[in-house]
Every structure is written in structure tokens, then in C-alpha cells.
Design a protein around this ligand. Structure first.
Ligand code: SAH
Ligand code: SF4
Ligand code: F3S
Length: 472
């Protein structure tokens, strides 16, 4: 067995990435059985769950909503902050109980937590009823692992420290309107607070032609939107032999003429002018960029290993706003990084005032074992960090509402995704600028991009009604 080792995971070898196929396992032993799958993490984690579902359904299983009715339980975990851990371990308590009543249930833990050394140890010692632990690099092996577990094999743990790239993966996509497309796996940035470079391994890009083929196929199947996925999409291509840049990939994907293209996440460090040009040039690349700031203090940015200064971030932000018509920009911010003073925090608030983001995800720093920041001296009490978060959130929400209010009266293109959760007589969708809109329109608009006149703005959503044509 090969337990994950954070020190080993940090080493980036120059082993060449191998491009492999990922065939589904067929077998009738699970025919008619039920699976319960829970997903905890980011978009990439959710997309991995779409692969897990395809594997399970190919074995003849169907999903169930309740843990209690399941023959196979899969938790696809996230390790980004401590509360993600707590949620999973809390849930395991329920599963333990279930397993006592019905020992034939097969329990599988996948995702980023299972790539962590301390978690793998804790699972082994304190949760021995877990049958299968699989890492983020070997999801494709889940089918075979399940067959082994069924045959009575105990303790199935398969990790891999270095990832290859799997092509022609089958997914059971959650939507028939929007789809995720992986373009680059892993992360080599090693921001000092972040666990992802350890849990997801080194940066590996998929080949441009394979990505374009996948998008073309999705377009033929009627998909309206693709989101290109990577922990750092603008690092795309640097590891490929035929030097291609993310801007080249974006252009190639735009030329498939799929109606909408999005991408997450962009790192401010290598966001090139060419990328801005391409986004501005193609109508089917949506004017929306998620550009994590993390902190507005140069001192903290340096400690975080972010590779840009406050001024550089603001300069890039302004360039985007000037050159990409109507672009919406959202961000991520961490408060309470070790050593963050009031003055540092004030710098973050300054950037928020300058940029007036359309929205932001904000977090209190959470020490992750094995990362450099977890060892840094941190004297700020939690209550103070919570106060900072509250002050920040108030500001963020006010700007978000302001940017939503600017939409009122305009008629914007909205891709309708489904029936509104709050009101069954309405549908909901997203503007090109990624704003959620609840729309007075019939259900036959689902799956279409329609013009919507915005009638009201809230902090986190808009209301609108069907219109004749887009008027911005
Ligand atoms: N690859 C993306 C997203 C990474 S995780 C990027 O580089 O932006 C999403 C967000 O979680 C990060 O942007 C960061 O704001 C937050 N985050 C990551 N590690 C964290 C930690 N240890 N504590 C608190 N927030 C964290
Ligand atoms: Fe984490 Fe930084 Fe990589 Fe984003 S770029 S995944 S924050 S290490
Ligand atoms: Fe979580 Fe892993 Fe994503 S740690 S945020 S699921 S890359």
C-alpha cells in the first residue's frame, strides 16, 4: 500500500505526462444496486463526481437520495478548509452506524481529503469500516476497486503521487445545457496556504485538439455552454511540447462556435494581454472573469506566495475593465492570514473600494497541515478575524448589490437553466456576465438564450421578464 505523503507530493518530477485511455468497467455484479454519492468541493470536484457517476451507472447501479437505501456510498471530499474536513468526518459517524446494521454496504472515500497523509492515517485507524479510499488521480480505477471489495478484499487504498492525463473519459453530466471541460489538472503555484498542489499533483495540460474535440461533441449534443476548468487555467499549455498558450486554446474553442464559453480559475500572475484581446474579440467568450485577489497587502501577498503586488492586481483589473466591454469581475479573499495586521486588512478593503467587485467569496484563513502557512506565527484571535470577515462581507455585498442595480432596465441575454427554486412559475438562468436571474417566462425557454429585461436587483440575484431583443 502506498499512503499519501505530503513531502513527496511537493516534489515535481520531470517525468513525462502519459496520455491514457479511461475505459469503463463492465460487470453484472452490481446490477440493480443503489449508490449514494455526496460531493463536497469545487467545480473540479463536482466534475469528478460526474465521472464517478458514469462508472457506477455503467456497472448497472442507479442513484438514491437517501444514505439509508444505498448499497454503495461514495463521499467525494474536499480539503480546502478545516470545515470541509469536519463535514466529512461528521457524516462518517452516520455511515458507521449504518454499516453496523448492514455490513454489506461498500463505503468509498475519494477526492482531495484522501490525498492527505493525516486523513488517510485517521481513516485507517479510526474508521476501519471504510472499504475503499481512492485518490484524485485514479478515479478511473473505482470500478475495479468495487469489484475487488465485492469479492471480499479488505482495505483497498490506491493513491498515486503523480498524475497522468486520461482522455475520452465518460461523464454522467448533471446538466444537458452547460458542461464542464477539464483543460489542465493540478497546480504548481504552491500558494503557501493552499493544499491543492499536494492533493491534485503537478500541472498537466490536456492536448488542445482533444479539448476542442470534446467541445465540438458537446456542441453537437446541443450544449449551450462550456466552462473550461483548471485550478489555474492561464497556466494552460506551458507543459505541452508544442508550446501553446491559454489564449490559443480559448481562440480554438471560440471557433467551434459553441454559444457560450466560460473558464475558471484565472491567476492574476500570468494573465496575458493576449488573453484579454481574445476574450474581448470573441462574442461567445463570456465577459466574466473570476480573478482571486486573496489580499490587498503587498506584505501578505508576498507571504502567501502570490507573485503579484496590490498595484499589479489593480492595473490588470483596470485593463480588463477598459478592454473587455461590460466585463464582470469576481474574486476570492482570505482574511486573517498569519500575521495580518489591521493595516494589512485596510489595504484589502482599499482594493475592494477601488475594484468594486461584482461579487466575492470570502474566507477566514484555515491552516492546512503540511503547508508553509500552517507553520507561520498567527497571533490574531479568531474573534478579530471574524470581525474582519464581517466588515469585508458588508462591503462586498454592498458593491455586489450596486452592480446588480446597474442592470435594472437593461435587456440582457440569459441562458435559462431550469425552473426557479423559489417560484415554480418562474425560470432561472445566468446573464453573460454570470448574474443569476429569476425570469417570468414559460418552461419552454429552458435550454435557450433569451433576452430578459431586468426589473429588480437584490444582493445576490436579479428579477426579470422575457423581452423581444437584447438592449444593453
Ligand atoms: N485555484 C483557485 C482556487 C483555489 S481554492 C485559485 O487559485 O484561485 C478557492 C479559494 O479558497 C482560494 O481562492 C482561496 O481564497 C481559498 N482558500 C484556499 N486555501 C485556503 C485556506 N487554507 N484557508 C482559507 N481559504 C483558502
Ligand atoms: Fe491553491 Fe494558489 Fe494553486 Fe490556486 S493557484 S490552487 S490558491 S496553490
Ligand atoms: Fe477542495 Fe480539492 Fe477542489 S481541496 S476546492 S475539492 S481541488
Amino acid at each position: 500500500m502506498n499512503l499519501p505523503n505530503l513531502k513527496a507530493a511537493k516534489i515535481r518530477s520531470n517525468k513525462e505526462v502519459v496520455y491514457k485511455e479511461s475505459p469503463l468497467v463492465s460487470n453484472d455484479q452490481f446490477l440493480g444496486k443503489k449508490y449514494f454519492l455526496r460531493t463536497y468541493g469545487c467545480q473540479m470536484n463536482e466534475h469528478d463526481s460526474e465521472q464517478i457517476e458514469a462508472i457506477l451507472e455503467h456497472l448497472g447501479m442507479t442513484s438514491c437520495e437517501e444514505l439509508e437505501g444505498a448499497d454503495v456510498i461514495v463521499l467525494n471530499t474536499c480539503a480546502i478548509r478545516e470545515n470541509a474536513h469536519d463535514k466529512v468526518f461528521g457524516y462518517l459517524g452516520r455511515i458507521k452506524h449504518l454499516k453496523k446494521e448492514n455490513p454489506s454496504v461498500i463505503v468509498c472515500i475519494g477526492g482531495c481529503m484522501s490525498q492527505e497523509e493525516n486523513v488517510a492515517n485517521e481513516l485507517k485507524q479510526r474508521h476501519p469500516y471504510v472499504n475503499i479510499v481512492f485518490g484524485t488521480h485514479n478515479i478511473h480505477e473505482l470500478g475495479n476497486m468495487l469489484l475487488e471489495a465485492k469479492a471480499g478484499k479488505q482495505d483497498i487504498e490506491v493513491y498515486s503521487e503523480e498524475g497522468d492525463v486520461y482522455e475520452h473519459v465518460t461523464y454522467k453530466r448533471a446538466s444537458h445545457i452547460t458542461a464542464w471541460v477539464n483543460i489542465i489538472y493540478g497546480c504548481d503555484k504552491f500558494c503557501t496556504y493552499c493544499i491543492v498542489p499536494y492533493t491534485r499533483g503537478k500541472e498537466r495540460s490536456r492536448k488542445l485538439e482533444e479539448i476542442v474535440k470534446e467541445v465540438e461533441k458537446l456542441k453537437e449534443e446541443g450544449y449551450q455552454e462550456v466552462t473550461l476548468l483548471g485550478q489555474n487555467v492561464n497556466a494552460y499549455g506551458h507543459d505541452l511540447p508544442e508550446s501553446v498558450a491559454f489564449s490559443d486554446l480559448l481562440e480554438a474553442v471560440a471557433q467551434t462556435n459553441i454559444p457560450r464559453i466560460r473558464f475558471v480559475t484565472s491567476h492574476p500572475w500570468n494573465f496575458t494581454d493576449k488573453m484579454i484581446d481574445v476574450i474581448a474579440h470573441y462574442d461567445n467568450i463570456m465577459p466574466y472573469i473570476h480573478l482571486p485577489l486573496q489580499s490587498g497587502s503587498d506584505r501578505i501577498l508576498k507571504l502567501m506566495g502570490r507573485r503579484y503586488t496590490k498595484e499589479e492586481y489593480i492595473t490588470l483589473f483596470k485593463k480588463m475593465k477598459e478592454q473587455i466591454p461590460r466585463v464582470a469581475i469576481t474574486t476570492d479573499i482570505i482574511v486573517g492570514f498569519p500575521g495580518e495586521t489591521d493595516a494589512d486588512f485596510k489595504n484589502t478593503l482599499d482594493v475592494v473600494d477601488t475594484c468594486q467587485f461584482d461579487g466575492a467569496y470570502t474566507f477566514i484563513f484555515s491552516p492546512r497541515e503540511g503547508t508553509p502557512a500552517a507553520k507561520m506565527k498567527d497571533e490574531t484571535p479568531l474573534v478579530e478575524k471574524e470581525e474582519r470577515l464581517q466588515i469585508l462581507n458588508q462591503k462586498i455585498n454592498a458593491y455586489s448589490k450596486e452592480s446588480n442595480e446597474k442592470c435594472v432596465g437593461k435587456t440582457l441575454p440569459v441562458l435559462i437553466l431550469g425552473t426557479s427554486e423559489k417560484d415554480a412559475n418562474k425560470v432561472y438562468g445566468y446573464t453573460d456576465t454570470m448574474k443569476l436571474v429569476n425570469v417570468e417566462a414559460t418552461k419552454d425557454t429552458i435550454g435557450k438564450i433569451i433576452p430578459v429585461t431586468i426589473t429588480a436587483a437584490k444582493s445576490f440575484s436579479l428579477d426579470g421578464k422575457l423581452a423581444e431583443e437584447v438592449k444593453i
